[in-house]
Design a protein around this ligand. Structure first.
Ligand code: CUA
Length: 157
């Protein structure tokens, strides 16, 4: 089969680009430890934040020294709790849900970045070796107060 040489050139170039892109995705996901949030469990958004339920008392729970779970409830337009304090070197598993509309959760300086959906619990884990203030914010437009939906995680050295 005869292939015009210009056509051959573009076939090779575009195939090469695909290989380069695939290598870039593989390298960055290994080097930066990309985590894909999976739905942890289904919940009833009307009940999830009521007393006795999973997010009835959102906040930090200590499992063992240096090992925590953070239950953070999202609602228009705030996170509960708005501030979390942990000691340096702690590992925190974040559990997130929304009681109303779709929100987002991005924790700056880490690879924590997930969508927060009503009816679903999202889960990701990070270890905090550097002391400092890590801001978190909603990154899914959720209404007129979206820009005021933020908080902070303080790692105490
Ligand atoms: Cu919540 Cu934007």
């Amino acid at each position: 089969m005869h292939i015009n040489r210009y056509e051959k050139f573009w076939i090779i170039l575009s195939s090469l680009l695909l290989v380069i892109f695939a290598a870039a995705v593989a390298t960055s996901s290994i080097a930066y430890g990309v985590q894909v949030p999976v739905p942890e469990q289904r919940v009833d958004p009307r009940l999830v934040a009521t007393p006795g339920n999973l997010f009835g008392e959102p906040g930090l729970r200590e499992l063992a020294p240096g090992r925590y779970e953070a239950y953070i409830l999202s609602q228009a337009w705030s996170f509960s709790p708005r501030e979390i304090r942990i000691p340096q070197g702690s590992t925190v598993t974040f559990y997130m849900t929304s009681r109303d509309v779709q929100h987002g959760f991005k924790l700056q300086g880490t690879n924590i970045n997930m969508m927060v959906l009503p009816g679903q619990v999202s889960k990701l884990t990070a270890t905090f070796d550097k002391p400092g203030t890590y801001l978190f914010m909603c990154h899914e437009y959720c209404g007129v107060g979206h820009q005021s939906m933020y908080g902070q995680l303080i790692v105490e050295g």
